[in-house]
Design a protein. Structure first.
Length: 137
């Protein structure tokens, strides 16, 4: 890797640009794992909250509830699981980035898998008239 030196003035300018870029963005104040729903809940200074299904995240699929509960806000924009050596940006999670492209592609294909049991269940459901309609609300 290339080495370079940063002057104090350059550092101060970069810090100001970073603060300006983050101005107006919701600031996370807390995070906790809700074992009942299997979601991580991020709460923001403005009162908003965001939830994400934790076991849908790359590297956390088989984690224990105790390990998932050991989550913390990392800086102003990240989540960190020390025991699991896992980090995610909040903005990325809000955009639906739950892992690398290959992880997401494999997860997507898993829902499209055609096993003998899935085919049989589909045929049984079709014989009953197909998927039930949603109740009028």
């Amino acid at each position: 890797m290339a080495e370079f030196e940063l002057t104090d003035a350059e550092y101060d300018a970069a810090t100001r640009r970073g603060k300006q870029a983050g101005a107006g963005q919701p600031q996370p104040v807390s995070v906790h794992y809700d074992a009942e729903t299997g979601r991580v809940v991020v709460e923001f200074l403005n009162g908003a909250a965001f939830m994400v299904p934790t076991r849908s995240l790359q590297g956390l699929e088989k984690a224990s509830d105790a390990d998932l509960a050991d989550v913390e806000v990392l800086g102003d924009d990240g989540l960190h699981w020390e025991r699991l050596d896992a980090d995610f940006t909040i903005a990325g999670l809000m955009a639906g980035v739950f892992g690398t492209r290959s992880f997401v592609d494999v997860a997507r294909k898993g829902g499209k898998a055609r096993s003998a049991a899935k085919i049989a269940a589909s045929r049984t459901n079709g014989a009953k008239g197909g998927r039930p309609r949603k109740a009028a609300g």
